[in-house]
Design a protein around this ligand. Structure first.
Ligand code: PMP
Length: 408
């Protein structure tokens, strides 16, 4: 494909067709993407960027084993789980085999939002409670029930009555008391194990265990949202909950599960699902279709065969070490777990300026956190040690190009 100038009609057409409520484009100068491979994204002008942002293509953009699995299965048959086909069954068995014995049942859906929505629905059904607990700048999804548990999207407005929030490093007793004062008992607490939208923090396992225990003592269940933190992101384990040494009641998977192909899941206990029998049916047309299941199986294969978790640990250490030596007065803190890494700056304006300057330099990152002042480095898990200097050199140059000194 020949390089060409960006199509100037796309931005106004996007605005017109998607309407004003849809999320804005990334970067002051948006990128018209053409193709990608591994950790590299190429735009229509033929320029290649290091992708240090996208967690969905977890084993690398366009990984041949995943694309081949998708193509092969889509040429054979793609249908739903009311016909017998081995893919979804094998995928579920493979997921169960990665979990403690209590987590013995898998429900396949199509997005992280849908997985969380289903977990929440089961939690309210089996506890009989209506209250929800989440961290105070969490994002868990787009459905009405899950948007209620996603303060990032509340735009500072008070949340719904049945939801109370806690800060990731705090206990959640006050939030539980708030719920009780409003006449609600908790059905569930939901936590992203690397608290991405809260600014990315490496949570203390003992603290998380305490949170789970308090939730259960108050009658609620625990939803481990592994949409960001699962599939090896932390490097030490396939699932983040394993780091915490607790067994959740629900584990929800999404984003990286199909390396870009839409597929998501809830892993839970059969005794929970048994309580729904006769009260509702659980069926999703696309959930567990043979093509999506083939994609998800290929991802699990690659994670194992390429020893991706080892690579994550190696790259994470190299990245955190290289970030530590960047000295700039705007840097408040460098932190992270595995390949979920945060560089907290003093202001949102500087974080945005650095992100946009890095894009001009050819490295893609994002920003996150309540203040919008945290640089979010959350690359495909294909990122390897040799890529690290490209990333950190661009960061150092971008920081040097912005105005330094104290908060202004
Ligand atoms: N949970 C977490 C932690 C997420 O980050 C997201 C998406 N950003 C979701 C759930 C929702 O996933 P989806 O967009 O696939 O519905």
């Amino acid at each position: 494909e020949g390089a060409r100038a960006p199509d100037p009609s796309l931005q106004p057409r996007r605005a017109q067709a998607f309407g004003p409520a849809v999320d804005p484009l990334f970067y002051a100068e948006p990128i018209e993407v053409l193709r990608a491979e591994g950790v590299w994204i190429t735009d229509t002008a033929g320029r290649t960027y290091l992708d240090a942002y996208n967690n969905v293509p977890c084993v690398g953009h366009a990984h041949p084993r995943v694309t081949t699995a998708i193509a092969r299965q889509s040429r054979r048959i793609n249908t739903h789980t009311r016909y017998l086909h081995p893919n979804a069954i094998e995928l579920s068995e493979r997921l169960i085999a990665t979990c403690p014995p209590e987590l013995d049942t898998v429900l396949l859906v199509n997005s992280g939002s849908e997985a969380n929505d289903l977990a929440w629905r089961m939690a309210t059904a089996v506890t009989g409670n209506r209250g929800g607990l989440c961290t105070d700048f969490a994002y868990h999804g787009i459905t009405e029930a899950i948007a209620a548990l996603s303060p990032e999207g509340w735009f500072g407005a008070p949340g719904p009555d049945h939801v109370a929030t806690w800060a990731p490093h705090e206990a959640l007793d006050a939030a539980i008391e708030t719920l009780h004062a409003r006449g609600h008992a908790p059905a569930a607490a939901i936590l992203d194990g690397v608290v991405t939208s809260d600014g990315i923090h490496d949570l203390d396992p003992a603290h998380v265990r305490g949170l789970v225990q308090r939730t259960r003592a108050s009658g609620g269940l625990w939803i481990a949202d592994e949409v960001q933190s699962g599939h090896g992101r932390t490097g030490s384990h396939l699932w983040c909950f394993e780091r915490f040494g607790i067994v959740p009641d629900f584990v929800t998977l999404g984003k990286p599960m199909g390396n870009g192909h839409p597929v998501a899941a809830v892993i839970t206990r059969s005794e929970i699902v048994a309580q729904l029998v006769g009260r509702t049916t659980l069926f999703s047309t696309f959930g567990g279709n043979p093509v999506s299941a083939a994609a998800a199986l290929a991802v699990l294969d690659v994670l194992e065969d390429e020893r991706v978790l080892d690579r994550v640990q190696r790259t994470s250490k190299a990245l955190l070490d290289a970030l530590e030596v960047i000295d700039h007065p705007a840097i408040a803190e460098v932190r992270g777990v595995g390949l979920a890494v945060a560089v907290e700056l003093d202001t949102e304006a500087r974080a945005k300026a650095v992100r946009d300057e890095m894009r001009r330099l050819g490295v893609l990152i994002g920003t996150t956190g309540r203040g919008g002042n945290v640089l979010k480095i959350r690359p495909p898990l294909a990122l390897d040690e040799p890529h690290v200097p490209t990333l950190t050199d661009a960061l150092a140059r971008a920081l040097a190009s912005i105005q330094g000194g104290p908060r202004s």
